[in-house]
Each structure stands twice: as structure tokens, then as C-alpha cells.
Design a protein around this ligand. Structure first.
Ligand code: BEZ
Ligand code: FE
Length: 306
């Protein structure tokens, strides 16, 4: 026991140059090698950042307030840590690094965002996910899921969710019923599912947390271009999390979350002929799109909100 008592000593800090190696040494006894690797890189990069930026004491306080603000702003219905990662490009970076099979494929994935919910209502093919009166032109989506050889994936569970025409998700808006503009579909033998909704519109992300003033100071519009979210799950395949954007959205080249890549632009078409539903007259929109899943582990993300 006595022999081991000294194992966690790292010495006295005699100069500013001692601090980084001391912290790394203090953390070096973690048994989990991945924890050691991640923590060491974190400390190296954070210390290098502090040495480069040399924050004043006041700036350091602002940074601490920023982190505390993320915690204070987060509730069961709103996840500000995800929003922070999104607007600093970290979520998109992680999804692009973790997809595309390590290089041979362009990743067709996008960040999850803070508004995915588990247990969306199971919905029949062709049915509407508009669950209360919601403004907006009708949209009929015909979706297909295949593997990377183009073979249909039957029995995949696919969650769809999007914001309403006032730019809010159900959980943000007392004017919508719960689960409005959300549904879960099971793909048929040909990998297909279809649904009715309204054409998505772009919306401003919440700015009541500490990321809001930073975006304003950087003169960044807190805007996301119009999109639908999809999460497809099937054992044997990597869970696919993606978004499909409208090409003609004025903010398509300045998504505040850096989520738009060429693979994620959808073929949303304005239609004026007869619609698939008799109650729709005048213009409506169609979307025909194939999502590709690759072999891998089917793991669901932790839901950002309840
Ligand atoms: C979303 O697409 O749902 C989203 C992403 C980042 C921040 C807010 C919303
Ligand atoms: Fe969204």
C-alpha cells in the first residue's frame, strides 16, 4: 500500500511549462485507454488554446458563464449543448467523420439536432403526419431505403420530423398538438414508405441560450434552410440520421449548423396537376428520394429531449 501511495504525484508546478505535462500525468492512471487518449488530447488542445488566446480574467469568466448558461438553458424539452455543438460546426464534423464508410462513399448524413424524439407515432403508408391544422402547401413524399448496392431494405423503422410553417417543432409550440409533423414508418418489401405533410420551411434556431449573443456578434443569421429530418433504424445497418433540404431556400448556403452537403439536396417539385389526395387543389409539392443505409451497428442515439 505504502509503495502505491505516491503513484498519483505529479510534482510541484515550478513554471508555466510544467502545467500541461502535470495534468496529463495526473490523468494517466485511468484504466480505460480510450478515456486516457481522449482526455490527454483534450488537455493538450485546451491548454494550447489558452496559451494562444491568453484570456484575460474577465474573458475567462465570460467563458465559464457561457458553459453554465448552456446547462441553465437546457430542460427536458430543449437541449442547448446540442445546439452549441451544431452552431460551432462540431456536430456536422462528427457526423461527416463517422459516416461514408471511412472514405469510399460521400456521407449522406446530417446532424441529429436537438428535436428528435423517441417513440413517434407509427403511421400507415400514405397517411398524413399533419396532426392538427397547420398552414402550408401539401407535400407528398415517396421515400425508399436501399443498401449501398441498391437493394431494398425492408422492415426498416424510419422516423420523420420537421418544423411547422411558423418555424417551430411541436415541443416548442403550444399551438401544435404533440407529435404534429412527426411519424414512424416501416419500409415495405421494396424498401418504400410514403407520407403526406406540408412543405417544410426554413426557421430560426432558438437563440435564448448563450450561443444566441455569439451568433449576433458574428453577424450570423440563426437560420436553418428548410429540411425534413429522417432517422432510419434496422439491425445489421448503421443507423442513418439525415436531413433532406429544399434547393431553392434562400439560406441554403448559410445554414447556421453547416449541415448542407450536395447529397442532402432533395428533389422537391412544385406540382399543379391533380394531387394524390382529393382535398388538395392548386399547387402542391412532391418529394421522391432514396436514402442509403450501410452495413454496421444499429445503435439509436440518446434522445436529446423527452
Ligand atoms: C434542427 O434541425 O432541428 C435544429 C438543428 C440545430 C439547432 C436547432 C434545430
Ligand atoms: Fe430541423
Amino acid at each position: 500500500m505504502a509503495d502505491n501511495d505516491d503513484f498519483d504525484k505529479y510534482g510541484i508546478i515550478t513554471s508555466i511549462d510544467d502545467i500541461t505535462p502535470a495534468v496529463i500525468r495526473a490523468m494517466s492512471h485511468a484504466e480505460n485507454p480510450r478515456l486516457r487518449e481522449v482526455m490527454e488530447a483534450f488537455v493538450r488542445h485546451m491548454h494550447a488554446f489558452v496559451r494562444e488566446v491568453r484570456p484575460t480574467d474577465e474573458e475567462f469568466e465570460i467563458g465559464i458563464d457561457f458553459l453554465n448558461g448552456i446547462g441553465k438553458t437546457t430542460t427536458d424539452k430543449y437541449n442547448d449543448a446540442i445546439l452549441f455543438s451544431d452552431v460551432f460546426g462540431i456536430s456536422t464534423l462528427v457526423t461527416l467523420l463517422n459516416n461514408g464508410m471511412g472514405g469510399p462513399m460521400e456521407p449522406a448524413t446530417a446532424l441529429l439536432g436537438p428535436f428528435w424524439r423517441m417513440n413517434s407515432p407509427l403511421t400507415e403508408h400514405g397517411a398524413s403526419i399533419v396532426r392538427c391544422p397547420t398552414e402550408g402547401p401539401a407535400m407528398f413524399a415517396n421515400m425508399r431505403i436501399t443498401d449501398n448496392q441498391g437493394q431494398p431494405i425492408a422492415g426498416a423503422e424510419v422516423d420523420v420530423w420537421h418544423a411547422s410553417s411558423v418555424g417551430m417543432y411541436d415541443v416548442q409550440d403550444n399551438g401544435q398538438v404533440e407529435w404534429n409533423l412527426r411519424g414512424k414508418f416501416i419500409t415495405d418489401a421494396d424498401g418504400r414508405f410514403s407520407f403526406r405533410s406540408i412543405r417544410p420551411v426554413g426557421y430560426p434556431i432558438p437563440t435564448h441560450g448563450p450561443s444566441g449573443p455569439i451568433l449576433a456578434a458574428q453577424k450570423r443569421k440563426p437560420q436553418r434552410p428548410a429540411h425534413l429530418h429522417f432517422l432510419a433504424f434496422k439491425p445489421g445497418f448503421k443507423t442513418l440520421i439525415t436531413q433532406i433540404f429544399l434547393a431553392d431556400d434562400p439560406d441554403i448556403e448559410r445554414d447556421v449548423t453547416f449541415g448542407v452537403t450536395p447529397h442532402l439536396i432533395g428533389d422537391y417539385k412544385r406540382q399543379t396537376g391533380p394531387a394524390p389526395a382529393a382535398d388538395v387543389t392548386g399547387e402542391w409539392f412532391s418529394l421522391d428520394h432514396t436514402l442509403v443505409m450501410v452495413p454496421g451497428e444499429a445503435v439509436l442515439p440518446k434522445p436529446p429531449i423527452d
